[in-house]
Design a protein around this ligand. Sequence first.
Ligand SMILES: *Cc1c(COP(=O)(O)O)cnc(C)c1O
Length: 449
Amino acid sequence: MSQTKILLDESEIPTHWYNVVADMPNPPAPVLGPNGQPVTPDQLAAIFPEALIEQEVSSERWIEIPQPVREIYKLWRPSPLFRAHRLEKALGTPAKIYYKNEGVSPAGSHKPNSAVAQAYYNKEAGITRLTTETGAGQWGSSISLAGQMFELEVRVFMVKISYHQKPFRRSMMQTWGATVIPSPSDQTEAGRQILAADPDSNGSLGIAISEAVEEAAARKDTSYTLGSVLNHVLLHQSIIGLEAKKQFEKVGDYPDIIFAPCGGGSNFGGVTFPFLADKAAGKAVRLVAVEPGSCPTLTRGHYAYDFGDAVGLTPLTKMYTLGHDFMPPGIHAGGLRYHGDSALVSQLYHEKLIEAVAVDQLPTFEAGVLFAQCEGVIPAPESNHAIRACIDEALRCKASGEPKTLFFNLTGHGHFDMAAYDRYFAGELDDYPLPQEAIDRALANLPKI
Ligand SMILES: *Cc1c(COP(=O)(O)O)cnc(C)c1O
C-alpha cells in the first residue's frame, strides 16, 4: 500500500498567502455603501486595522505571511494530507481519495488560520481589544485562541440560545481568556433595544453582529473580527491549498476534483484557489463547493447585491444570496447556515470557473459515519457535506471504472457535535429540502439598487 499520511516539514510552511484576485478574469465587483457608492477603505477604518483593509482590496498575487504568524502556525501546521485507503476499499472504487485534515488545530477547525493572522495585524496596529460574534462557537473559540497568543482582550457576543446549549464551546473560549457575553446583552445600545422589546429573546447572529460592531466602532482600542466571507479571510486560508499542492507533488499525484464544504466560503476558497491558478494556466481540475440542501445559496440563490447581516447594517456585496432575512432550518451544520457567500466565490461561480452541489442532511451524516468507521476521525457536520459529495463521485467512478483522483477538505473534527450524531442515531434528524416559496419570499426583500 502506498503512503497514508503525507507530511511536510515545518520549514515547508508557505512563506506567502495566495490572492486569487490576481488570476481572476474580471476584477471583483465593488462593495457598495448605503448611498449606492463604492465603499472606500477609510470607511472601514473604524472597525478594521489598515493592514487587513489593504489585503481586502489587494490584487497582489502573493502576500507575505509575517514571521510571528508562521511561528504560531507551527503549533499545528503543516496539516497532514491523508490518503483514505480504507474508505476507498469500503467503497470498492478505483478512485483515489485524499483529504487534508484541518481538524488538527487547537480549536479543531481551519478557522484559526485566519484568526491568528487577524490577531497579529490588530496587535501590530496598537489595538488591545477584539470583538466578534459567534453562533455554534467555532469562530469564537478560534479568535479566543488567537487573542490569547497575542495578549489581546477578546469579547465574544454569543447568540444566547447557543450560549446555553453549547456550554463546552463557551468553556473553551474562557479557557483561552476570552469574555463570552450572551447576546442580546445590556452592554450595547443594540442589545438594550432588543431586550426592551423582548426580555426573553433567544438572540440571533444578526443581533450578535450588531453588538460586536457597535462596540468596535465606538472605541479606538477595539476592532471587529469576522471568521469567513471577507477577501482577507479567504487569503489567509489559502495556506491550506498551498500546502496541499506541495503534498500532492511529494507523492507525484494531482487532484482531478476538489470538494469543500461551503458556508461563507473561506475554507473552499482556501483549499481550491491555489489550484485555480493552475486551472487558469490550462490544467483540468474541477473545484466543487458543497452546501446544504436546506441553505442552497449558490445552487438556488440569486446573484445580486445584498447585506452581509440579517439586520442590514453592513455594506452591500454582490454575491449569491437567499436574502439577508432568510432563516435557514435548524440543521446541525451550523457553519453552513449563512444566507450569502463570499464575493470572490460568488463571482467565480457566476463566471463558471467553479461548481457547486447541494446535499441533504441525512446522507451527510451517513457519509460522516462511514468515513469515521474507515478512517477513524469523526468529522464535523459541516465537513460531512464534502465527504458526501466526494463519496458520490467515488461511486460514479466505480460505475464507470475511472480511476480519478479525488480530494476533499476535512475542515474540522466533530467532538463538540456529538449531540447531533446522537440525534442522527436516534432517527431524530430530518432532511429539510427548501420549498421554492421560502426562497422567493426572502428574495423579495433584496435591497433595490
Ligand atoms: C465555519 C466552518 C465551516 C464553514 O465555513 P467556511 O467559511 O465556508 O469555510 C466548515 N467547516 C467547519 C468545521 C467550520 O467550523
